[in-house]
Design a protein around this ligand. Structure first.
Ligand SMILES: C[S@@+](CC[C@H](N)C(=O)[O-])C[C@H]1O[C@@H](n2cnc3c(N)ncnc32)[C@H](O)[C@@H]1O
Length: 275
């Protein structure tokens, strides 16, 4: 099956397809990197409540069907990723009928090696029910295919595996009028995933492109992005604005390097209290 891109923004290709169909266009080992966040299956995905069933999409499958879909998508990621490639999968603990459901089920039968589990920690949340501690993190699972060959730009190691990024930093960029993409990555998150494990000219896939954050990073940092978005029509103008944007906060690495110039050995600080 061949589908033409619905948009090419400065070389970044976007296809308006269900990702499972999109994967079928890609050969084996066709991409150097994948980073993405799938829908949550919590219902009411679209911020405008009236649009909950927009284009027949309610983000609510039977849970078993959802898990099968995600596992099928992971198998496709495995097939299309090159041996040295990385796959970053952002998922969060969902609360279902009052009970926390962490996403560890994605590890069952997973063909990848889990290279590292990263915590994306944010300072605030819209989910402020006074029945639990406010949820202030999500997971980023870093998967690789080959424990010997994987590409990692080692200067990124100092960033550590707890990434403190506000999820509303550049949210305005994913809004046009009253149309707001409900779950965009902050650009800093995409930057960390893409820049730590790819080089200029590499091919990067985001199978759930959403507002286009991954492709924004690809455009600015000279990677060749490919994105699938089943509901492209809903976010067309937002994607155009996001991918073309040159607005960047300092990356997690920039922040860390800057901090390195400040004398801040935490033990020195503790000493003060221990005396
Ligand atoms: C969590 S959002 C991704 C947000 C994205 N990381 C960003 O920075 O904006 C998931 C996206 O997947 C899209 N989607 C849902 N089901 C899909 C499918 N089967 N194939 C492709 N896209 C799908 C939704 O419309 C939504 O925009």
């Amino acid at each position: 099956m061949t589908v033409e891109p619905v948009a090419i923004i400065d070389g970044q290709k976007i296809y308006e397809v269900d990702c499972i169909e999109g994967f079928k266009m890609l050969g084996d080992e066709a991409v150097d990197h994948i980073s993405t966040s799938p829908p949550y299956n919590l219902g009411g995905f679209h911020s405008d409540r009236k649009k909950r069933n927009y284009a027949g999409y309610s983000d609510r499958m039977e849970e078993r069907e959802y898990q099968l879909f995600i596992k099928q998508f992971i198998q496709h990621c495995f097939r299309v990723l090159k041996p040295h490639g990385s796959f970053f999968l952002n998922m969060k603990t969902r609360i279902i009928d009052g009970v926390a459901k962490p996403p560890y089920w994605i590890l069952d039968g997973n063909p990848f090696h889990l290279k590292e589990d990263i915590i994306w920690h944010y300072p605030s949340t819209a989910n402020v029910d006074l029945v639990r501690f406010f949820p202030l993190f999500e997971y980023v699972f870093w998967f690789i295919k080959d424990v010997k060959k994987f590409k990692f730009n080692k200067e990124w190691a100092i960033v550590g595996n707890v990434w403190y990024i506000s999820h509303i930093t550049d949210r305005d960029e994913t809004k046009l009028g009253d149309n707001q993409h409900p779950a965009p990555f902050p650009t800093q998150l995409s930057q960390a995933m893409v820049l730590s494990t790819t080089s200029e000219g590499d091919t990067v896939l985001d199978p759930f492109v959403g507002s286009g954050t991954t492709l924004k990073v690809c455009r600015a940092f000279k990677r060749n992005g490919i994105g699938f978005e089943k509901y492209y029509t809903n976010y067309k103008e937002i994607i155009e604005k996001r991918v073309r944007s040159d607005a960047f906060e300092p990356s997690l690495l920039d922040i860390k390097l800057e901090k390195k110039t400040v004398p801040s050995n935490p033990l020195n600080t503790l000493d003060k209290y221990l005396k």
